[in-house]
Structure formats: C-alpha cells, structure tokens
Design a binder for this molecule. Structure first.
Ligand code: ATP
Length: 818
C-alpha cells in the first residue's frame, strides 16, 4: 500500500480515538455505576475498541516511513497499549477473574474472534537501541560458543587406532556384501518360482488379462472420480485450489515491498537524527543570543512592573518551580478555572469550624445519601495513559491532520517542525543560564534600591540542601563492580543459569476461542477458559510490558507470574514464546537447575546479584523458575532433601522487591503441582496466577489438525478429526504431541499416498496414556479458589462482601447488585 493510504488510515484511527476519548473523558465526571454488569459491559466495549485501534496503529507504524510521523504514532501506540493494559487490570479488579469473556460484545460489534487477538508489535524487535543490540549480539556469541564446546564431540578419528579403523571398515563392508547376497538370493528364488509354474494355456492367459484389465479399469475410474470430485469441490468453493496454496506473485511482491519500506525507515530515521543535531547547533548559534536578550528584557520589565505595583522587588521563582518560565506561563481557561477552584477550596477550608459543623448538621441527611451513593457505585480507576493519548491526538490534529504533503512525495522529515521543537528545547536551556544571571541581578538591585541582603535566597539554599540529604537512599551494593558484563554473561552461561530461548512463537501456541463464555456465565456456570484466552492473557501481562519501556513504567506493574496447570499444557512453551516475541534473555533459576551451584549463603547472594544485574543490563529479561512449588514446599520430600529446593525461598522475594518500573525484568514460575506448596508464600511472591486448563473441544480439534500437519501428516477426509477431538477429552497438547510422534513416523508419511491417516490409528497410543483426571483438575480448581483472587471471586459470588461492608452502604449495595 502507498504511504498516502497509510496516512488516510492514520486519520481514520484518530477519528475513532477522538470518539473514544470524548467518551472516556466527558466534561462532567460520570456518576458511579451501580450495576456491575453495565459497568463491565462499558469496560469491555472500551477494551475491544482500543484493541481495534491498537491493531490498526501497529500496522501503520510498521509501514509509515516519515520519521516525524512515526514518532507521533509510536507515542500514541504506546498510550493505546498502556490503556488496554489498564482496562484489563480494571476488569480483573471488578470481575475478580483473570479471564474475561466478550463473545457478546463481539457479536454486538459484528467482529470475529480474530479481531480480539492481541497483536504483538514488530517494533519490539526492530526499534532496539544500538547499545542493546550489541549486548544481545555479545550474548548470542557466548551462547553459541558454549554450545559448540559442550555439544558431544564427533567421532574422534585421531584417537582411533589403525586396527580399530580397519575393523570398523571390515564390519561395514561385510554387512554390505551380506545385504547384496541376500538380495541376489531373493531374486533367484523368485525366478525359480516363475519357471516352476506350469504353462497356463490361452484360456488362462485371457482370464489373467481380464483380471488385470478389471483391476486397472477400476483403479483408473476411481482416480478419475476423485479428480472430478476434487474439481467440483474447488468449483463449489469448498476446497482450496492447489495453485493458491503457494504464495502468489502479488504476495511475494508485497513482502519485498515491506522489506524495502523497513530499509527506507532506517535510512530516513538516520537522516532525521543527523538533521536534528545540525539544526539544534545552528539554532543555538544563530538565535541563541537573541533569545537570551529578549528573555532578560522581559524579566527586567517584570521586576520593574512588580516594584511599581507592590513597592518592592519580587522574589525570583525557584528553579524547581520552573524559574522565570513560571512568570510567563500561558494558562488556558481550564487551568485558570482549576486554580481558582483550588483557591476557593483553600479559603473554605480555612473558615472557622463552627460554621462548617452547622452546615454539616443542616445537610446531614442529604450528605448521608450522597455518601451512600458514592460507596455503592463502581468507578473507573485513574489512568496514566489517557493524558498521553490526549497529547498525541492533539499533536495529530494540530500538525498532521491538515498538513499539505503534496510536495513531500518521498515522505522525508520536515525541517520547520524540527526547528519549532528544538527552539523550545534551546529556550529551556538558555532560560536556566539567564535565570541564574537574573537572580544575581535581582539581588544586586534589591541591595541597591531596597537594602535587602537577599536572606531569603540563602534560606532557600539551606532548604534545598536539607531536602537533598533527606532524600538520600541506601544504594544496592554492587558485588561485581570490577567485572565486565561479558565476563558475567560468560559465567552465567557456563553455569547454565543463562540460556538460549527455544525457537517457538506465541502463534504456535494453538487454541480456539471460547465461544460460549458469556452464555455460560449468564446461566451461572463458570466457563473453563480456552487456550486462546491463555494466549491473550500472557500477551497482555508479559509480552506487551516487556516489549515497551514506556508501557512497563506506567502500566500496572507485574513482577512475577505463576503458570499453573497439568503436565503438558504448554507452560514451558509459553515461557520460551514470551522470550522469542520480546527478544528477552532467559535466566533459569529453577530449584533443580540451581542445586549445588554457588553454595553457601554468600554464594547464593552472589548468584542472585549476578542474575538480577545481568537481567537488568540485558533487559528485557525473563527469569524462569520451573517447578516453582519446590521453592515453597510445605514439606520437602525425602528424595529431594539433598537438592535443598527451598534455598531461594527467602532471598528471591527480596530481590524481587528491587525490581522497579524501569527494569523490564519478569519472573515466571511454572508448576504442575501447586498443591504441595505453601499457598501463602507462593501467592505473596507471584502477584498473578494463571491457571492453564486442559484444552476444550475446539482447541483439541485445531491442535490435532495442526500438530499432525506439522509432523508431516496429511489431513484428508479419511481422518475423522471431529471424533478424534471428541474422544481425546482430558488429554493435554503434550500428550497429543507424543501420540502424533509415535503414529506419524517417517515410514507412515511415505505410505500416506496409498493409505491416508485415519483417526483409529491414534486411538491405541492415546489409550496407553493417562489423561488429566477429573480429580486432578478439581484439585487444581479448588487450589485456585484459595488464591487471593479466587477468594475474592467466591466472596463476591456468595455475597459475603456485602455483609462485611459498612452498614451505611449495605442496602444500596445489595440493590445495586440485584
Ligand atoms: N497450545 C499448544 N499448541 C501447540 N503445541 C503445544 C501447546 N501446548 C503444548 N504444546 C506442545 O506440547 C509439548 C509439551 O509442552 P510443555 O513442555 O511446554 O508443557 P509443560 O506444561 O511445560 O509440561 P510439564 O509441566 O510436564 O513441564 C511441547 O512439545 C509443546 O510444543
């Protein structure tokens, strides 16, 4: 598509965004919503709309080449991602569930489940800083090197003696001759059999010919019928024409164009950066002096005007308050109104108490009612991204919406815009210097005219010093300050604590959409989430925050996620997919992996220090803890006592506390047996617990189909996938992979043309494996009900929450819920 089309799409997106923003930020703050269902519907609507905007913006950002437009789009895109995460968080808080079902919203908006899929922005990979790329390259080199040295060595020809070599050649040669002899013998035997048969006579020959003809004609007819049937299916649009299975020339050209666009983006981006530097220097040289002079004149004028008005010189605003910028700040009517309101409030607060009490008494009943209403309703949590979105939208409307680009066919950067932007930066720079000079000048003026010795300034200085020293915090001790990042990485890789993530993508984690979620909930049945829900939740909680620095800093912070589920539901696969999608480094702190490494208390501290230090430097990073339950065992099993699986129990949560918003480091624990852990400490460490279910029918159908294809099998009509999916209820994707590997062997793949795969072949190996039994699943569900979110959900469902609520809000709350 052309750049003009993307610009048009960009404008469309902003139209949608402006509608959403007016809904989200109405002139009057909306009244708290009493009906939980209505409130949730509102949230869900916003969520779906934002995801649609997210999808479109991501595509546009990927293809637009104009460097300045890209910056604006990126800011809005990050804002939209952040808002999506905020809305998800809000839905979790209001519905007490990690999974949400929106099939009714999709139905209302006439969308498909694919529209709700969370896109994973490509810029997570592409827009990495050079420094980070270099670090990642260094890590890849180390990983490769260690892999090569650790991989089993090929047959050592050097170590083999001559005799041994001759013996081996003899064995192989004898085997070859033996095979040849056996083949000759077989042929001889067949020939003998042929010669031994009697002469069949003419009648016999005719009979044989008829027989051959019969078979041949049957074969030909069947083949022709199959071709005709396939053609008919293609004609009816029921099957895909093989010629479309290959990528068509248009697709190939589109892909080539995409690649070309990326190269252009890079080139234009570099060009833009160079221009920014050149223009900034030029502005500083040419306009700097004039700006400084004008500022000084303005400030002096202000000194004089103030003295004329009040009789004395004013105090110069502090640097922290913005310096002289504060004096000339242009305020819009909204800001002024806010300031006036704040002043009025301050005044009313200062009024004598007696009056207030009287007023209160007079309005007592009314006030009570208001309070009750406030308590009864549900309100949206404050957002950290809406203001960014507003700014982004305003920039689009002010600069880009009406810009005439007929002369900028190549979509190069606009010099005037850079000048406008940089002028502000330079002004701010110069203002700091000018303020310093003017402060001095003001002190001199005061001394000369008012005889003031500037005691205030000194007082301020003292204050500043005091506040600085008060803010001093204890810094984390760097135990490896003398070591380079490379040597730390090398050590961690050698110890097996830093690993190469497996090559799986999140889209490989198959699973169908849960189509009946809301219907089931309306009938008071708690639906089981589908694997596609799991995929969505992990995109939101792990991939999006890890991929974008701004989103990670401002969105609700998630430091640790626990994936709990039966064996083979794909927990490990998800961890690797998260690393692949975000380019994250993978650290393995599993109890089994750390056993025996870095012994002693100081060793443990060193290990954690190194892992967290390198994780921060190589961010984004994932710290994976397999069998997370082992760290919090209620009772350590005898056979594991030697491994000391609980050694990280105390220190890891401490290190977790040191992770801040700016560190894109995520801890992911996986467990198939959370019941054996102390639930309290486990939940304290992992703020998000995701229960991964066994696949439902829809997911099983897709899994069988795709996994068989992946193994090289052909899915024909002879393979009854529906029945296979039906009978494999309770089996996990891991089980299915195992079964497919035993059935679809290389030999079986070769036989497929004559003997297509059937469902019956999979039944026997499937029956040999134990499925996830109902009891195991129930036990997991019951365990989940004891986690903080599970408890809240049960409380909300049984209405206990209302009983515990203050008496005032009791009746109204109940009404609201009803
Ligand atoms: N949704 C899925 N789509 C495709 N393949 C899957 C899916 N889930 C699991 N698999 C495959 O199943 C196999 C087992 O998955 P994995 O090892 O990640 O499971 P696990 O839950 O970590 O098991 P365990 O608890 O035993 O360690 C892997 O080959 C993985 O690729």
């Amino acid at each position: 598509m052309s750049q003009r089309t993307y610009s048009q799409q960009w404008a469309d997106v902003h139209l949608q965004l402006s509608r959403l923003l007016t809904e989200e930020l109405p002139a009057e703050p909306p009244r708290p919503e009493k009906d939980r269902v209505v409130f949730f519907q509102r949230l869900a609507m916003f969520y779906v709309h934002y995801i649609q905007i997210f999808r479109q913006l991501e595509k546009i950002y990927d293809q637009v080449v104009h460097p300045q437009k890209r910056r604006v789009i990126r800011a809005v895109l990050d804002g939209v991602i952040g808002r999506v995460l905020e809305l998800k968080n809000e839905m979790v808080e209001k519905e007490f569930s990690e999974y949400h079902y929106m099939d009714d919203v999709l139905h209302d908006l006439k969308l498909t489940p694919a529209d709700l899929e969370i896109p994973l922005p490509r810029y997570f990979f592409i827009d990495c800083s050079k420094e980070l790329l270099e670090r990642k390259m260094m890590l890849t080199d180390i990983l490769k090197m260690v892999e090569v040295t650790e991989s089993p060595e090929p047959l050592m020809a050097k170590d083999m003696s001559q005799e041994e070599a001759i013996k081996m050649i003899q064995v192989v040669e004898r085997a070859r001759q033996g095979r040849l002899r056996a083949k000759l013998n077989e042929e001889n035997r067949n020939m003998n059999r042929m010669y031994r048969t009697k002469d069949p006579g003419t009648a016999g020959i005719e009979l044989a010919a008829v027989c051959i003809q019969k078979v041949w004609r049957g074969y030909i007819q069947r083949k022709m019928a199959k071709i005709a049937r396939d053609e008919e299916m293609i004609f009816l649009g029921m099957a895909m024409d093989p010629k479309y299975k290959l990528p068509c020339p248009a697709e190939i050209t589109a892909e080539a164009n995409d690649a070309c666009t990326r190269i252009k983006q890079e080139e234009y981006g570099e060009d833009y950066q160079k221009s920014v530097v050149a223009i900034t220097n030029q502005l500083r040289d040419v306009e700097g002096h004039d700006i400084s002079k004008t500022m000084k004149d303005q400030i002096r004028q202000w000194f004089i005007e103030c003295r004329d008005a009040t009789g004395s010189f004013p105090d110069f605003p502090d640097e922290e308050d913005g310096g002289s910028a504060l004096i000339f700040a242009e305020k819009d009517p909204k800001q002024l109104m806010e300031e006036i309101a704040a002043k009025e409030e301050e005044e009313s607060n200062n009024k004598p108490k007696g009056k207030e009490e009287k007023k209160e008494k007079g309005k007592k009943d009314k006030g009570k009612d208001d309070e009750e209403e406030e308590e009864a309703g549900l309100k949206m949590l404050p957002s950290a991204f809406l203001s960014d979105l507003e700014v982004g939208h305003k920039t689009f409307v002010d600069f880009w919406q009406t810009r005439n680009e007929s002369r900028n066919f190549n979509q190069r950067h606009e010099v005037e815009l850079i000048k406008e932007e940089k002028r502000k930066v330079i002004e701010a720079e110069i203002r700091v210097q000018v303020d310093e000079q003017m402060r001095q000048e003001l002190a001199e003026w005061k001394l000369a005219v008012d005889k003031d010795k500037g005691g205030k300034a000194k007082g301020n200085a003292k204050k500043k010093k005091g506040s600085k020293s008060g803010k001093k915090k204890k810094k984390e001790k760097d135990l490896t300050s003398d070591r380079t990042l490379e040597s730390l990485c090398q050590e961690l890789v050698e110890q097996g604590l830093l690993k190469q993530a497996g090559n799986v993508r999140l889209q490989d984690y198959l699973g169908d959409y849960s189509y009946l979620g809301t219907t089931l909930r309306q009938n008071d049945i708690e639906p089981m989430p589908s694997l596609s829900d799991v995929r969505q939740v992990l995109s939101l909680y792990a991939i999006l925050p890890l991929g974008s620095q701004l989103v990670h800093e401002k969105a609700p912070l998630i430091k640790a996620i626990l994936l709990a589920g039966p064996a083979g539901v794909g927990k490990k696969m998800l961890v690797h997919a998260i690393c692949q999608e975000t380019g994250a480094s993978l650290f393995d702190l599993s109890p089994l992996n750390t056993a025996g490494k870095y012994p002693g208390k100081s060793g443990l501290a060193m290990m954690l220090h190194m892992v967290f230090k390198v994780a921060r430097l190589l961010q984004p990073s994932v710290i994976w803890i397999e069998d997370a339950e082992k760290m919090f065992y209620k009772k350590v099993p005898k056979e594991e006592k030697e491994l000391d699986p609980k050694r990280l129990k105390k220190d890891l949560p401490k290190s977790l506390k040191l992770i801040k918003g700016e560190d894109r480091v995520l801890i992911i624990g996986t467990t198939k047996d959370p019941l054996s852990a102390d639930i309290k400490s486990l939940c304290k460490m992992y703020s998000k617990i995701i229960l991964i279910p066994r696949p439902d029918y829809g997911s099983r159908y897709i899994l069988w189909k795709q996994l068989i294809k992946k193994q090289g099998g052909e899915v024909t009509r002879a393979l009854d996938l529906s029945s296979l999916a039906k009978i494999s209820d309770g089996y996990t994707p891991g089980h299915m992979v195992r079964v497919i590997q035993t059935v679809v062997t290389k030999r079986r793949i070769l036989q497929q043309t004559n003997r297509p795969l059937t469902a019956a072949e999979f039944v026997a190996p499937l029956a040999k494996i134990d499925p996830v039994f109902q009891e195991e699943e129930e036990a997991l569900k019951n365990w989940y009900a004891k986690t903080p979110l599970g408890k809240k959900r049960i409380k909300a469902a049984t209405g206990k929450e209302e009983e515990e609520a203050p008496v005032k809000g009791k009746d109204t709350k109940k009404k609201g819920k009803k």
